[in-house]
Design a binder for this molecule. Structure first.
Ligand SMILES: Cc1cc2nc3c(=O)[nH]c(=O)nc-3n(C[C@H](O)[C@H](O)[C@H](O)COP(=O)(O)O)c2cc1C
Length: 367
């Protein structure tokens, strides 16, 4: 299936500007989401086999989810389940609606199977997202998989007021999603990544957990791949102190590989975060570090450069209980999830693992 997409469909799609084709695809998925028949047919082609995993109290039908940023405004909530995703992370949403950075702001590095983006949290704000989520819930099409929301900070809110900005979105959306991810790691909002500093992050998490206490929902933090392990360890201390349910590792990187062609060098010269293949190894390193440092006690969602079952297996055996894809979906097409889940099931059988949980972190145990 992915072969057909790569050989026939992708070359046509890639002739169009990245963000334009992204928006067109989402519009098509929104139409699909409104049709029970459409979702049913899509499930036949792209639905993934069962590979259940229970993580932070939620049941995931399979461990491969949609990464944040693909469906920022919850346009196509039912479609992600129909495409075989075991969970979806919607957003990043900010309290205030904002246009994001000027276009063009998403670039393909095709030869390296990578993207550079500086979207800058373009979204209609938390109130619009709340209405959209309520709409899907009322429609009877709410998916049978966990739905998370990625929370960002509004650009107009200065860092010293960040806690209140995140708290406003969280309060409004709390009852409408199954889990929440605090995004302090996007490179595209000025100074956002400074909120990964312990004191600043502590203030945000304290505010969110106060809202969360009466009826707790899993709360995770998404980290940048560019953090030093020392800085990461400070976040892990907070994870215990502030009762986090897990870490999402990782966001895009501001580092760049050496471009082997003039086109790649020009693309890599664009400001923004790099995702896709060149990010894979570093994000796995971060997953491995977190797993070892927490002795496997803190669930990890591994994301960065996952294109196939091998890549997903690398993240899982390094310590991820769940994985996500973004750039892989762009390059491999809609069959990616089915193929990854099938491949993971085959690898479990080859290794005589009875359940996915036995594979999580297993590469570290054999070191
Ligand atoms: C165009 C684009 C927009 C993104 N927007 C967000 C976002 O709003 N919030 C977030 O936490 N991550 C965002 N990400 C990062 C992805 O969720 C993911 O962490 C990263 O792309 C690495 O995974 P990948 O290599 O599979 O793409 C975005 C990525 C891309 C390419």
């Amino acid at each position: 299936m992915s072969f057909v997409y790569r050989a026939l469909i992708r070359p046509i799609l890639f002739r169009q500007e990245s963000e334009a084709i992204h928006n067109r695809t989402l519009r098509a998925l929104r139409v699909l989401s409104g049709s029970g028949l459409g979702c049913g047919v899509s499930k036949l082609f792209y639905g993934a086999p069962e590979l259940p995993n229970e993580v932070f109290g939620l049941r995931f039908p399979n461990p491969v989810g949609l990464a944040a940023g693909m469906d920022k405004q919850a346009e196509a909530v039912p479609a992600w389940a129909a495409l075989g995703f075991g969970f979806s992370e919607l957003g990043g949403v900010t309290w205030h609606a904002q246009p994001g950075n000027p276009a063009p702001r998403m670039f393909r590095a095709i030869a390296d199977e990578a993207l550079v983006n500086r979207m800058g949290f373009n979204n209609d704000g938390a109130e619009a997202l709340a209405r959209k989520l309520q709409f899907w819930r009322d429609s009877g099409r709410w998916p049978q998989h966990p739905v998370g929301v990625n929370l960002g900070k509004s650009k107009i809110t200065p860092n010293e007021n960040a806690a209140g900005d995140y708290a406003n979105s969280f309060r409004l959306l709390h009852s409408l999603a199954d889990f929440f991810v605090v995004n302090v790691s996007s490179p595209n909002t000025p100074n956002l990544r400074q909120l990964q500093d312990k004191a600043a992050l502590d203030e945000i998490l304290a505010a969110l957990q106060e809202i969360n206490t009466p009826s707790p929902k899993p709360l995770l933090v998404k980290v940048a791949p560019d953090l030093s392990f020392e800085a990461l360890d400070e976040i892990l201390e907070l994870a215990t102190e502030r009762n986090l349910s897990g870490i999402v590792a990782t966001n895009t990187t501001i580092t760049r590989p050496e471009g082997s062609t003039e086109w790649l060098r020009r693309t890599y010269a664009e400001t923004g975060g790099l995702s896709g293949r060149p990010l894979r190894a570093r994000s796995t390193e971060v997953v491995r570090h977190i797993y070892k440092q927490t002795r496997g006690k803190l669930p990890i969602i591994g994301v960065g450069g996952i294109f196939n079952a091998e890549d997903a297996w690398e993240k899982i055996t390094a310590g991820a209980s769940l994985v996500q894809v973004y750039t892989g979906l762009v390059f491999e097409g809609p069959a990616i999830n089915r193929e990854i889940v099938r491949g993971i099931r085959a690898k479990l059988a080859q290794n005589n693992f009875a359940a996915l949980s036995q594979a999580v972190g297993s590469a570290n145990r054999f070191e």
